[in-house]
Design a protein around this ligand. Structure first.
Ligand SMILES: C[S@@+](CC[C@H](N)C(=O)[O-])C[C@H]1O[C@@H](n2cnc3c(N)ncnc32)[C@H](O)[C@@H]1O
Length: 244
């Protein structure tokens, strides 16, 4: 198990955004500072440590106050149940990614990307539309000693270009985002990519179009609104009907 005493991450980080994110981060966790990030092992994936929020609403308020502008919710400061399931599955089945070019779509904290790198992927790219997520992914990759390329772009209009494996943890979290993700997943599958989703059953995974590979029963650390959610699955598309 890696230890995280000291602050080796500080010398390895670059952007002003990362410095803003990490300014109040504690490493290892110290006395409660509820609007801060804490380096935390991920419950279902203790191989990975992430900068996570103690209270993401308070963190969000602080970041908005510092930025002086409204910001998207800091989804990157939570290890979502779908991402935890998918990262666990990839680490337990490394042949899925080993030696392959992997895209972690809707990467958030970078959890799934880091797991793919640990499992032996040839190259890992993490994509998210939130620039704060990109800063967090880079900080988390550094802290875990992994190299992850990052893209701050919505890639859902395409088919995943030449990525051989596409992973997406908790990408079906509302109707609007699911409406972008599902056609993308279908196009990627149809050109031959391996596509895996992690999903805790939020109601946006169309029955019959996604097959369950495994389900974990865990008391996971999720978003505050996930409350007692304790089941999370890994899914793969099965039908060309996903394509539009
Ligand atoms: C619920 S979080 C999941 C994060 C991570 N995969 C996990 O499981 O912990 C969803 C993420 O999707 C990102 N997102 C939303 N729409 C997106 C899009 N069109 N392309 C890429 N990322 C997107 C959000 O910014 C957010 O970071």
């Amino acid at each position: 198990m890696k230890t995280y005493s000291g602050a080796p991450y500080a010398v390895a980080t670059h952007s002003a955004l990362q410095r803003r994110l990490l300014r109040n981060a504690s490493f290892p966790a110290r006395a409660p500072q509820q609007d801060a990030l804490h380096m935390t092992p991920v419950p279902m994936v203790p191989e990975v440590h992430l900068f996570l929020a103690e209270d993401s609403v308070l963190l969000w308020a602080r970041l908005e106050a510092e930025a002086g502008t409204p910001l998207p919710a800091p989804y990157w400061a939570t290890a979502w149940p779908g991402g935890q399931a998918l990262a666990r599955y990839v680490l337990d089945n490394p042949e899925i990614v080993a030696g392959r070019r992997v895209l972690d779509l809707a990467s958030g904290s970078g959890l799934v990307a880091i797991a793919a790198a640990q499992a032996g992927a040839a190259e890992v790219t993490a994509a998210d539309t939130d620039a704060y997520a990109i800063a967090a992914i880079q900080a988390n990759a550094n802290a875990n000693g992994e190299q992850i390329a990052t893209v701050v772009e919505d890639l859902t209009g395409g088919d995943g270009s030449d990525f051989e494996v596409i992973l997406a943890g908790d990408c079906l979290y509302n109707a609007d985002v699911a409406a972008l993700m599902l056609p993308f997943i279908g196009r990627a599958m149809n050109r031959g990519a391996t596509v895996l989703l992690g999903d805790p059953g939020r109601g946006y995974a169309p029955p019959g179009l996604l097959r369950t590979l495994t389900t974990y029963q865990e008391a996971v650390l999720g978003a505050q609104e996930d409350g007692q959610r304790n089941e999370t699955s890994v899914l793969t598309p099965v039908a060309v009907a996903l394509t539009s």
